[in-house]
Design a protein around this ligand. Sequence first.
Ligand SMILES: [Ca+2]
Ligand SMILES: [Ca+2]
Ligand SMILES: [Ca+2]
Ligand SMILES: [Ca+2]
Length: 575
Amino acid sequence: MKVRALRRIASIVFAVGVVVAGLGLGIFVGCQSTGESFSARTPSGEHRAEATQTISTVLYLPLIMSAVAPEASATPTATATPVPPTPTATSTPTAPPTATVTPTPTVWVQSFGVHTFNTSDTAKAKANSAGVRFLAGTWLSWSSVEPSNRDLTNNPMSGNWGLGGTIRNLQNAGFTPIVTIASSPSWALPTKSSGCDFANAFMGEFAEFMWAAAERYDGDGDYDGDGDADGPAEPEVPYWELYNEADFDPTNTVQPYDHGGCWGNRGADYGELLRRAYLAVTQANPRAKVVFSGIAYDRFTPETQPPGYLSPNWDGPFNYNFVADVFNYLGTNYGGEAGYPFVHVLNVHVYNDFRPYWNGATKPYDQEMLGKVRKLQARLSGLGVPALPIMVTEVGIPSEPSDSWTNRSEELQAVYVAQTLVRGEVLGLVANQWFTLVDFQHELGYKYGLLKNDVGLTEKLGYTAYRVTTQELDGWRYDQQVTWSNTSVEGHRFSKVGGKKIVVWTDTGERLGKKGTNPVTANITFNASYFPGVTWTGKLRVTDKLGGVTTVGSAGSQNVSVTVTQSPVFVEVAP
Ligand SMILES: [Ca+2]
Ligand SMILES: [Ca+2]
Ligand SMILES: [Ca+2]
Ligand SMILES: [Ca+2]
């Protein structure tokens, strides 16, 4: 079984609270040292990795596992039937109203997002044209705000704040930003920390920082919450993510390049951090949402990985039990306290290379992202954690280069873009961030972007697929999964008043581009029963991921056959 964990790099530019990071497979290592470079090879030579950190504050150490994966015997999990969002009943006032009671509309926003390091005007314009709603990749560094410890409780203006301009620019461009808290200040670090965690003695200081941040960025110009304006209104930050990939265990020694430090071996401490931050943020701004760290939740340490995990190929530094440790701590100590479980949104990263482990027991159900998110949900439910909305702050695949194990191409990337955006809507994600919008300089040349990092940010096929998918699904709510006898066919139906649309593709259960595997082509038949409530004509309009349209069938025919591949198509009854 050959495995090669390719070398990776990530460089981070930190400026005015925005970190520009390089990341591939969501493997995050927090690191605050600068100018550090390192490389490592396991004795077996099967794993190899190098990473170089150029600028520093936070280091991402993503890893592509180009591997011949052992067959995973995935543990069967309950197949959750997706429940379409139901409108909230609005009570009618019974007393004779003197004023008109306006029901508060339920704002429904689709999950389309990107993670981006590039927030240039061109990048923002292209993201907007592609239908992007959410932007992740903006960071607020605690160490930048408080390079030395300040009294933010009595004088919140004493912090070095600088996030407002960035947030305002993103919001003016039409995006909802997700701000990630990172990089603890040196005075709060535990011994050997790299900046991605802090010592327990500073929990109160962290809460103070989060309170001051949420109070400042709540849109009212009152920076200290005393009811008096202190300056210009700063833009409101709607989502605060607390550290990235906090399930990293810095004590893991599986692979020497995995250094840095987060919370993976300190689940209880992260639980305390979460509780303190949640209480502080919601006090300062009851509208703001506290988002769990986007956990890698793959490449688990050998000690913690669940039975059947893809060991040894996927061994890594992430603690499978981190989330359980967090919520067991909170449930045991604060389960009865107002605010439990002290987080508004759960958050997990999804990378296609690891999908075989997460697939549902029965194709075509719970494949890939659907499987990973639902298994995580089932696990938390088993721990007694109330159901939480979910966000995926990273999901992606590079368009190049290919290697001995994996074919990569713009075409395959575009296939994954369309599949991913659909699966995110199927799950009802709060936000679903493609990693990443624009290619970034990567030591091994991995191109995760939908746009090339050239002067004009040239659009790749993945960009077109993103735009077409959001256009096709704009305003369409997820309805249900639809199936055929061929279980390699994955189909999802969406609805609108008077309309049904089915997105369908084939899925082998294996990662895209895996050498030695062939994508499946299937001929499937549609008839009126697939489009309930829609007048059947015998003709179908089939739109591919790049926007090409064909009409198949003929007027009056009962059945229409369509050939499908791994590349998603959008199917509607044609007039
Ligand atoms: Ca302080
Ligand atoms: Ca305020
Ligand atoms: Ca004030
Ligand atoms: Ca406030």
